[in-house]
Design a protein around this ligand. Structure first.
Ligand code: ZN
Length: 256
């Protein structure tokens, strides 16, 4: 039996060596993590807690109690509808806060973590239905797993990111110029999708079609360049047009 050991060793080396050299040739095989919907939601939750804590320290979080109550009331109504329309969201813990930062837009992270810009709502003069449209749009991004889809595409294009930590990858998807540019087209498709699916959600929850469309009309009116897309979003006029056409086809509004 003892004499067999050198052969076993040789056999092991023969098996292991090609793998070792293959690793050098294909560094992407050394993935440090595997992407999943759960991993993306977990990472988002960590970032959300950090963001909320920073805003709190800067006294920029939930500064207007009445506005926060309004956000909770509308989100609760939409989340109840989402449970019905997207059963996989049944156990989600939706969270929503307001942000007084001057330069930050509203957003939703994976798993249903929202931050709404109080300034944006104030500047646009949003009534409850229009605010419901803004929140429903943000919720739709999470319900449609847009963050996960974005990560899938990023790794398809740049698989070597899997050799770095997941935290570094997440930050790069938001901030790295090359990644942001490469994902811009997908991002714009996701915006159109969140517009329609968010509007469907709000309609099902009982908000009126014309009032929901009014949110996008206000966005268009406020924009200095309504016919031009930005780096991350489609042209405001195009968003209004698509939604108006969709509502007309569904006979939810009439041509004026
Ligand atoms: Zn969006």
């Amino acid at each position: 039996m003892i004499r067999l050991r050198p052969f076993l060793l040789m056999f092991c080396l023969a098996l292991c060596l090609p793998q070792a050299s293959a690793r050098q040739v294909h560094p992407e095989s050394e993935a440090k993590w595997q992407l999943s919907v759960e991993l993306v939601a977990h990472g988002a939750h960590k970032k959300y807690l950090k963001k909320v804590s920073e805003l709190q320290q800067g006294q920029l979080l939930d500064t207007d109690a009445l506005f926060v109550t309004r956000l909770h009331r509308i989100t609760s109504k939409l989340a109840t509808q989402a449970e019905h329309d997207y059963p996989s969201s049944k156990n989600w813990q939706w969270e929503i806060h307001s942000n007084d930062q001057e330069d930050e837009a509203s957003f939703c992270m994976a798993g249903g973590k929202l931050i709404i810009s109080r300034r944006q709502v104030h500047d646009l003069g949003l009534n409850d239905t229009e605010l419901a449209m803004l929140i429903a749009h943000e919720m739709a991004h999470a319900l449609l797993l847009h963050h996960y889809a974005e990560d899938v595409e990023a790794l398809r294009l740049f698989p070597s990111w899997q050799q770095k930590s997941f935290e570094e990858f997440e930050t790069a998807v938001d901030d790295d110029d090359i990644l942001v540019s490469a994902l811009a087209q997908l991002g714009k498709q996701q915006e159109f999708e969140a517009d329609i699916k968010g509007m469907q959600l709000a309609l099902q929850a009982g908000y009126p079609a014309q009032g929901l469309l009014s949110f996008f009309v206000k966005l268009r009116k406020q924009s200095a360049y309504p016919n031009f897309e930005s780096r991350s979003h489609p042209a405001p006029a195009q968003r209004v047009q698509r939604l108006r056409n969709w509502l007309l086809q569904a006979k939810l509004i009439t041509a004026q």
